[in-house]
Write a protein that binds this ligand. Structure first.
Ligand code: DP6
Length: 360
């Protein structure tokens, strides 16, 4: 599939100024994206639950410049505080998407953003942040080209968000999103995420995700560096093959509602992701002692109670505890009595699967 479809034609030059606002959620991958090619093309397919409570709210104020300059012109504010240190990342994003948004240098932008989760929670804000910004920019494009359909709008927003941060392309819709071309998933693409098109059993409706904040500090190794360490990684090709097979397996799991198979696949994916980090050169470990304490507690509790509690991890020490809605009461009780002690300052966030971004 060609990227040319995202180069807009017949954009109006009309003199517009205005404000676009979107909220966009975070997402948690079940089959993990780890390793990418040039231009943010993933080495393997991934699938995620879209979250509900953890999100970014972005307000983009745009003013047409009197004269077009050769520079991007923007300022970024987080929680109303000017953040010049965020600007290099946005500049890289603008440069990557300019071909598809040829009007970027014609405007001055004020980007005001806030997250519903604490900035220093160790929860990645790049997925929710980049998707919210991509949507705001698409709102400008829609003003300049009103005939764009909702479907095209979301597809292009996902395409742009991916160029900001790979996992961001999975934050626009819900409740499950696939990114990466897969033979068994119709419409899937390396260029953007799509809403999972196949059958999903009732067992997975309103699945819960309680995020235990084990370490709120800055990560020692960024995802971008981690992805790059998959180049020449001794296990990379096997890993990419495994992810592809796991997408096939999870498709059957979603159809049958087999929670035990779901747990086995999701936990194996999480540990494989971290195993890739531990076996890259240079190697690194993002889990903390408390991450392992929590995992062991979850395994014991599951064995004792037969409840369908499982965990997954992103590129950090925090633990996402996943469970079906009808087991919430017992599992929250377990979290409060047994696991909160391993969270930094006792902090955790109760989230659940959600349905994607919203225009405000
Ligand atoms: C471990 O999307 O943050 O969370 O594309 O370099 O911005 P960049 O990386 P990013 O990587 C996320 C990796 C992950 C797994 C996942 O979300 O699939």
């Amino acid at each position: 599939m060609s990227t040319n479809q995202f180069i807009p034609i017949n954009l109006s030059k009309k003199d517009i100024n205005g404000v676009a606002s979107w909220s966009s959620p975070s997402n948690i991958a079940l089959v993990k994206y780890w390793g990418k090619k040039e231009n943010q093309i993933p080495e393997n397919q991934s699938i995620s639950f879209t979250l509900d409570a953890c999100k970014t709210i972005t307000k983009l104020t745009y003013t047409r410049k009197e004269t077009v300059s050769t520079e991007y012109s923007f300022q970024v504010f987080l929680d109303k505080i000017h953040k010049p240190d965020f600007e290099p990342k946005i500049k890289i994003f603008f440069a990557r998407i300019e071909n598809y948004m040829p009007f970027l240098k014609e405007f001055h932008f004020k980007i005001e953003t806030e997250n519903t989760f604490p900035h220093s929670s160790g929860i990645a804000s790049s997925a929710s942040g980049m998707s919210a910004l991509a949507l705001c920019l698409m709102s400008i494009e829609k003003e300049l080209k009103p005939e764009i359909t909702n479907k095209e709008f979301i597809k292009k927003a996902s395409f742009l968000a991916r160029l900001g941060s790979g996992s961001a392309c999975r934050s626009l819709e819900g409740d499950l999103v696939v990114w990466g071309k897969h033979k068994n998933i119709e419409g899937s693409s390396d260029l953007f995420g799509i809403k999972y098109p196949n059958q999903v059993h009732e067992n997975f409706k309103n699945y819960q995700d309680t995020i235990l904040l084990v370490d709120k500090g800055e990560k020692q190794v960024s995802s971008t560096v981690g992805h790059n360490l998959m180049h020449g990684h001794p296990f990379a090709q096997e890993r990419f093959k495994q992810a592809e097979e796991n997408i096939t397996k999870i498709k059957d799991i979603f159809e049958s509602g087999d929670l035990d198979a779901f747990i086995a696949l999701v936990e194996s994916e999480a540990l494989t992701l971290h195993a890739m980090m531990m076996t890259s050169m240079p190697y690194f470990i993002l889990m903390k002692p408390n991450t392992l304490e929590i995992i062991n507690k979850i395994w014991n509790f599951r064995k004792e109670t037969g409840l369908h509690i499982s965990f997954t991890l992103d590129a950090g020490a925090n633990v996402h505890i996943l469970y079906p809605e009808n087991e919430t009461e017992a599992i929250i009780e377990f979290i409060k009595t047994e696991l909160v002690a391993y969270c930094q300052n006792g902090h955790y966030i109760c989230d659940r699967i959600g349905f994607g971004a919203k225009q405000l």
